[in-house]
Design a protein around this ligand. Structure first.
Ligand SMILES: [Zn+2]
Length: 247
């Protein structure tokens, strides 16, 4: 038994051992199959979207897909989300751009808030597009960066009747309500401490569903379950929200 004064040393040594173990897994622990590009092999560690820290087996080295992209591609296998549709892609990730184009959409347009990185420059809180513009709007990990109570009605407005918003966010299922506090968004340190990333301004709870339904979307969920979680390197229980605008 260590003397009480040395107990912290044991804790620090334990952390060093943990760090060494994690370092050994940075370049992959198990081989996985990428649903986005078909790569089979070890994936790389990347940020955990909910907590400060790393996800092991997160990023595909070939197409750079993360867990959420592989979940959307898995969902697409079942529901054929993009083929023959007019698709608007927010904050386009290169791997998913190639993936969606390979599904042969009828029209494919990318957009971003930043200039010169997509076909259109769009402010999601005030979208400069006509009503009912697209069959499918793809919007992953964007709404936690913006005022969602303005953005979601705008997304509803530009989706065609019968069309679909595909949405994902970092989501804390154990929270009834989202954590939104304008006094915690003033600087990078506060935003990272409270919302897990320097450019996040909210952390959603279970009420995210009600926020999606507010303008009129009918919301269906596609969940990451076994055997796909272990096969494709998904986050257990993560959800794609398929938000249908009534026809
Ligand atoms: Zn891949």
């Amino acid at each position: 038994m260590l003397p009480a004064a040395l107990q912290p040393l044991r804790s620090y040594l334990g952390t060093v051992k943990y760090g060494v173990r994690m370092a050994g897994a940075l370049f992959g622990k198990f081989p996985r199959d990428c649903t986005v590009c078909g790569h089979h092999g070890r994936f790389l560690a990347f940020d955990n979207p909910l907590h400060l820290g790393l996800n092991i087996d997160s990023r595909c080295p070939r197409c750079r897909s993360l867990e959420r992209h592989r979940l959307v591609a898995l969902c697409d296998r079942e529901k054929n989300l993009f083929e023959g549709r007019e698709v608007l892609h927010f904050a386009p990730e290169p791997g998913m751009r190639d993936y969606i184009l390979a599904r042969k959409p009828r029209r494919y347009v990318t957009c971003d808030y930043a200039p010169d990185i997509a076909d259109l420059r769009i402010n999601i809180e005030q979208i400069d597009l006509p009503d009912n513009s697209f069959d499918v709007v793809y919007c992953l990990h964007v709404l936690e960066h913006v005022e969602d109570s303005r953005a979601i009605p705008e997304l509803y407005r530009i989706v065609r009747p019968g069309g679909l918003l595909i949405a994902m966010v970092p989501l804390i299922e154990g929270w009834d309500t989202s954590y939104i506090d304008a006094t915690k968004t003033g600087n990078d340190r506060d935003r990272t401490l409270h919302f897990n990333q320097e450019d996040h301004v909210r952390m959603f709870g279970r009420d995210f569903r009600e926020r999606l339904k507010a303008p009129g979307f009918v919301v269906e969920e596609f969940t990451a379950v076994e055997p796909y979680v272990s096969r494709h390197g998904l986050i257990r229980g993560e959800k794609v929200f398929l938000c249908r605008k009534p026809a």
